[in-house]
Design a protein around this ligand. Structure first.
Ligand code: GDP
Length: 832
């Protein structure tokens, strides 16, 4: 305790003066006690003043005791006064003792309170310290775990990836470098220093600073402490410091928008944009970045990357099986099939008109590709309005089996015709039950029985022939038998027990789609499961969107469409194709991702199959398709002379029907531009003594563009000629088995020049043919004289290994040249 405290706590409240009294105790200890005195008490009265007041008596007595007796006072009076003086003295001593005791008690109380306060503060500090310690421990553990995981994933040699600097990346570039460990060190130091402060405080030792700064200094550092603690608390509460945050496993598709990436990392978009910028990538939040860039970002933010293979994006719409109790009956979907002119369209119109005019006032019909009717008994039936087999099969080939029941229309005045048979085959293949509608019974020439017997030959046994296929005689013109037909369909539907779960994300099939001038892309979707609602986000085939509006078959806007209901869907980003499946997804990002993935797959498929870019396919196409009269080719040669010679030779090839046209010829290596041109024109690339560079090779592989290499003009022209006439002889097929780069050239006595090589691709084989390429141009072709690994002659050297090679009868090898190793085999040509 200090005097200062005492002084301060007592203060000068109420006006009394205070002073210090040093108390000495018997056991040698001393103590400073503050004593309060009232000014009044020390006033010296003027001689001869009135002495009535008891308070002033003492002082008067004191002055009397030490001085001569005042004049005019008797002995008795003197004695009385002395007595009074003594009494007053005694009283004053009592009072002083009492004051002292009070003072002491007060001081003790102060001490006690101060001690209590200090204890409380210490406790609080200790608790905070413990909490911080704990948080730091946990965080360190988390960080170590994350780092270990990252290192395990990145390989042991990889330097620890940098973290996003504190304060949302404002700290500048966060390149994976040594900056990270340094940063962590600094943080540790900071923390250490903080801890030092605390322990000093706790120990209760007086530092020089505290001693000099006194109370003010102490208060100041207290506030600083509090601020520090507050900062620490805020950090812990969810600041942006990477060291406090959760390490997330971020699912990373092939391409991702910046915003979505930020979302998946649970980081602020701005921070991600900033971090990208620090890496030299200017991207807005809606821009798509590739997986590699995204991976860099994810690591930079200290998260873990989970690469999802492209096809995984479809997983979000994988079938969820419904619980039986969730399934509710749904209307059947009916397709009308049959031979041309047997009355499919007429029948569809008749059914619709009959039901629309009777049911709806006004009866404005809207052809959206499907419609629903309600039978007299109240059964709802959904008819696909697109008759014909093409629609049915194209839907099926796209995996959308929409139809539950096929109505096979056979004209009673005709018979079973080729397309009737086809329809039967389709229905059977799809395992869809059939109902036979024998149409045009109003016609005099109608012979329904003939139809029934005809059908027997095709294993369709109708009820009238004691089979189980329902048959109804109808007339689209007179409307005869239509109610019976609908009844038969309703009955069949009942047998099928068709059910769906209306309470789930919608899935449907596109029946029709077109680009509407006013409304944009519009698709009629038949909902198969779940309920599609306005505002739903969906993917459909290679397109995606958000339901802007739903329009039913009566042209009315509806809010939702349940199972078996056909609706026009507005709000697509592009026009899907009939048969495409619509799936509702949770987020637009998911929908977009799936659509993009599908578009890519489709593109690759087209590149692989459709583009007839190989010479053989082209020739075959030319033969099959009479309209193709030109065979485009692209020629690249080593020198201008050979390029010209090839072009001349090729232009002479051909007959009246087929001509070879050289789209482009040039000198030098085959580049990506050449491949691009070849792809766009659907033609192969012919390389004469030149090779495609690496990127061109990759692109060609991806796009399915054929590159053919030749070293002899005769061979080249012969091949094209043979292909043009469709008589390709057995081909000497070359396979590249390896590439090696010349690192150095040595002169070895008895051998000559030996190239020190690194096999970069495939294998180098002693027995194989070799070509020497300089800047992708073939400058020599021949065989090897020697293939050495260290000192030994070997037959093969694998990729990644070094070897020595020398050419037979050729010496002009240079550093940087590439050796192409190839093998030849004769392949029988087959033109399917
Ligand atoms: P689709 O090619 O199968 O769609 O057949 P359509 O519906 O176009 O009909 C072909 C022709 O048969 C048309 O001229 C119709 O008028 C006629 N037609 C269709 N149904 C009937 C019918 O029930 N009775 C008569 N008499 N003619 C019909």
């Amino acid at each position: 305790m200090s005097d200062n405290d005492g002084k301060k706590t007592l203060g000068l409240r109420g006006g009394p003066r205070s002073g210090n009294v040093k108390q000495s105790f018997s056991h040698g200890r001393t103590k400073n006690v503050v004593v309060e005195t009232k000014r009044k008490r020390v006033v010296v009265p003027k001689p001869g003043a009135a002495q009535s007041a008891a308070g002033s008596a003492a002082t008067t007595a004191m002055s009397l005791a030490g001085s001569k007796r005042p004049a005019g006072i008797s002995d008795a009076e003197m004695e009385r006064r002395l007595k009074a003086l003594q009494a007053a003295k005694a009283r004053e001593g009592e009072e002083a003792a009492q004051r002292e005791a009070e003072e002491k008690a007060r001081a003790e109380e102060r001490d006690r309170m101060r001690a209590e306060k200090e204890a409380k503060e210490r406790e609080q500090r200790e608790a905070e310290e413990r909490a911080r310690q704990k948080a730091e421990d946990e965080e360190r553990k988390a960080r170590e775990a994350a780092e270990a995981a990252k290192q395990a994933a990145a390989g042991p040699s990889e330097a620890p990836a940098a973290r996003q600097p504190a304060g949302g990346g404002g700290g500048g570039g966060a390149k994976p470098s040594q900056a990270a460990p340094r940063k962590v060190d600094r943080e540790r130091e900071d923390r250490g220093r903080r801890k030092g402060d605390d322990s000093e405080r706790r120990s209760g030792k007086l530092t020089l600073n505290q001693a000099l700064g006194g109370e003010g200094g102490r208060q100041k550092s207290m506030a600083a402490m509090k601020r520090k603690q507050e900062r620490a608390r805020q950090k812990a509460m969810g600041g942006n410091q990477p060291r406090e945050k959760v390490v997330r496993a971020v699912q990373l598709p092939e391409a991702i928008t910046v915003a979505e990436l930020a979302n998946r990392m649970a980081e602020r978009v701005g921070d991600v944009v900033k971090a990208l910028m620090n890496n030299g990538i200017m991207a807005t939040q809606n821009q798509t970045i590739d997986a590699d860039t995204a991976e860099l970002m994810i690591e930079e933010f200290g998260h873990r990357v989970t690469r999802v293979s492209a096809s995984d994006v479809e997983d979000v719409i994988k079938e969820v099986s419904d619980k039986p109790e969730d399934l509710k009956p749904r209307p059947p979907v009916i397709t009308i099939m049959g031979h041309v002119d047997h009355g499919k369209t007429s029948l569809l119109d008749a059914i619709r008109d009959a039901n629309v005019t009777s049911g709806e006032a006004g009866g404005i019909t809207q052809h959206i590709g499907a419609y629903q009717v309600t039978t007299k008994d109240g059964a709802v039936l959904s008819f696909l309005d697109t008759p014909g087999h093409a629609a049915f099969t194209s839907m099926r080939s796209r995996g959308a089996q929409v139809t539950d029941i096929v109505v096979l229309v056979v004209a009673a005045d005709d018979a079973v015709m080729p397309q009737t048979i086809e329809a039967i085959a389709h229905a059977k293949a799809a395992k869809v039950p059939m109902i036979v509608a024998i149409n045009k019974v109003d016609k005099p020439s109608a012979n329904p029985t003939k139809v029934r017997t005809d059908l027997l030959q095709h294993e369709v046994v109708v009820e009238q022939m004691s089979g189980d296929v329902q048959d109804v005689e109808v007339s689209a013109h007179t409307g005869q038998g239509l109610p019976e037909l609908l009844e038969a369909i309703a009955l069949q539907a009942e047998i099928l027990e068709l059910k769906a779960n209306p309470d789930r994300a919608a899935q449907g099939a596109v029946i029709e789609a077109q680009l509407d001038v006013g409304r944009g892309p519009v698709a009629t979707v038949l909902i198969q499961n779940g309920t599609l609602r306005q505002g739903d986000i969906f993917v459909v085939g290679e397109q995606y969107g958000k339901v802007r509006a739903l329009i039913n078959d009566k042209g009315e806007r509806v809010k939702e469409a349940g199972p078996s209901v056909p609706v026009e869907v507005l709000g697509l980003n592009g026009t899907p194709e009939a048969g495409d499946v619509l799936n509702v997804t949770e987020t637009e990002a998911q929908a977009r991702e799936i659509a993009e993935y599908r578009a890519n797959v489709a593109k690759e498929k087209r590149a692989a199959l459709g583009a007839a870019t190989t010479l053989e396919q082209l020739m075959k196409k030319a033969k099959d398709d009479e309209s193709v009269s030109e065979l485009p080719v692209l020629v690249k040669a080593d020198v201008q002379g050979s390029a010209e010679a090839i072009v001349q030779a090729l232009e002479k090839v051909g007959n009246d029907e087929v001509r070879v046209r050289v789209l482009h010829s040039g000198v030098g290596a085959i580049t990506e531009t050449d491949i691009g041109l070849a792809e766009a024109s659907g033609c192969p690339v012919i390389g004469f003594n030149v090779r495609a560079n690496a990127s061109a090779r990759n692109t060609a592989n991806q796009k399915g563009v054929e590159i053919r290499y030749y070293s002899v003009i005769y061979d080249l022209v012969d091949d094209v000629k043979a292909a043009a006439s469709g008589l390709l002889s057995n081909e000497i097929k070359e396979t590249f088995i390896g590439y090696a780069t010349i690192k150095d050239v040595f002169k070895v006595s008895n051998v000559g020049k030996v190239a020190g090589c690194l096999v970069t691709e495939g294998v180098a084989r002693r027995s194989a043919g070799v070509r020497l390429l300089r800047d992708n141009v073939v400058i020599h072709e021949g065989t090897l004289k020697t293939l050495k690994r260290f000192k030994d002659e070997v037959s093969e050297v694998q990729s990644g290994q070094e070897c020595g090679m020398a050419f037979e009868n050729y010496e002009d090898v240079r550093q940087g040249d590439v050796i192409e190793i190839f093998e030849r085999q004769e392949v029988e040509r087959t033109l399917a």
